[in-house]
Design a protein around this ligand. Structure first.
Ligand code: NDP
Length: 317
């Protein structure tokens, strides 16, 4: 089987994660609702990604893309391109399964949809416990985390971690339970560079996976009020010319040099290939300083509709 393109990063549980992965969430449409999954473009994206040298795929129960990810994996294994153990597959527990006893059953449902016997990484998607009808229920994420530990003991998830937890919430897990999260998945992009969180995680040996790595870089995707830079930014254009790389690649390279594992999403084969070709150049300190100046602590995914939850992780607007 063929090796992957991204180097491996050591996790605190002895396992390794590729330094870049493919996102498989279709995102919100113009009306602000989740883009419905209507065809098999995610399956083709995952196949193109594995061919391009991706070995790390990010999905979640709520994305409704687990089946397509699973089909793509089976196809590439059948073709002899990769073996299961070459791949790093992440999925996430949704908010309506936060009771400790619900974690393993929810994980088994994800595995069935993915047609896999184990996940490389299972994450608590949000610290917020919420029924399917939108009302909150009072399950402390520390209880949920104990269910995650059960899943790891059973071998159903080789590594376990959390997503969208703030510093206080992470601290509570570290002091109240026996297993440290291997990974924290949070939004990281030029407008939201997360220096304090990255430093905290580094001190505790927790790897940071960065979602929505392009933030508001692309005009067609940026909210009208989102701060710059966009792809016409002169600083970014100069750096991109110097290395003969696209602005998307310079952006991803910068996040990697911050110590982050980005998971760019694309369903476009050309972009999928482009996004992983970021391990053959390096930015200078001066270029990193210029790019650090874009940090505005601006969140693309503030989930303000959940502000009333006692476990809402971000500063309220
Ligand atoms: P991204 O920052 O990855 O941006 C995706 C968008 O960028 C798509 O519109 C894509 O278009 C476009 N794009 C990708 N590559 C290029 C390129 N090289 N040039 C131009 N345009 C490009 O956003 P996401 O919000 O999807 O985040 C990535 C992943 O992170 C998600 O898919 C999901 O797996 C995860 N995530 C996790 C969250 C969590 O709560 N834990 C929250 C949000 C995301 P196209 O596909 O049409 O090519």
């Amino acid at each position: 089987t063929r090796p992957g393109v991204a180097p491996l990063v050591q996790l605190n549980d002895g396992r390794e994660i590729p330094n870049l992965g493919l996102g498989t969430w279709l995102g919100f449409n113009k009306a602000g609702a989740p883009e419905p999954v209507v065809d098999d473009k995610v399956q083709h994206a995952v196949e193109a990604a594995i061919d391009a040298g991706y070995r790390h795929i990010d999905t979640a129960a709520i994305y409704e893309t687990e089946e397509q990810v699973g089909i793509a994996i089976q196809n590439k294994i059948a073709e002899g391109v990769v073996a299961r153990e070459d791949l790093f597959i992440t999925s996430k527990l949704w908010n309506d399964r936060h009771a400790k006893k619900d974690v393993v059953p929810a994980l088994k449902e994800s595995l069935a949809r993915l047609n896999l016997t184990y996940l490389d990484l299972y994450l608590i998607h949000w610290p917020i416990a919420q029924y399917e009808n939108g009302t909150y229920y009072d399950t402390d994420y520390v209880e949920t985390w104990k269910g995650m530990i059960d899943a790891q003991v059973l071998g159903l998830a080789r590594s376990i971690g959390v997503s969208n937890f703030n510093r206080t919430q992470l601290d509570r897990l570290l002091t109240m339970t026996t297993v440290k999260p291997a990974v924290l998945q949070i939004e990281v992009n030029l407008n939201l560079q997360q220096p304090q969180m990255i430093k905290f995680c580094k001190e505790h040996g927790i790897a940071v996976v960065g979602y929505t790595p392009f933030g508001s870089l692309f005009h067609n995707r940026a909210a009208p009020n989102a701060p710059p830079p966009r792809t016409d930014n002169q600083t970014l254009l100069k750096i991109s010319d110097k290395y003969h790389k696209t602005i998307a690649q310079v952006n991803l390279r910068y996040l990697i040099e911050l110590g982050v594992i980005p998971i760019p999403k694309s369903v476009t084969p050309k972009r999928i290939g482009e996004n992983i070709e970021v391990f053959d150049f390096q930015l200078t300190q001066r270029e990193r300083d210029l790019m650090r100046a874009f940090d505005k602590n601006y969140r693309t995914i503030p989930v303000t509709m959940w502000e009333d939850s006692p476990y809402y992780p971000f500063h309220k607007k």
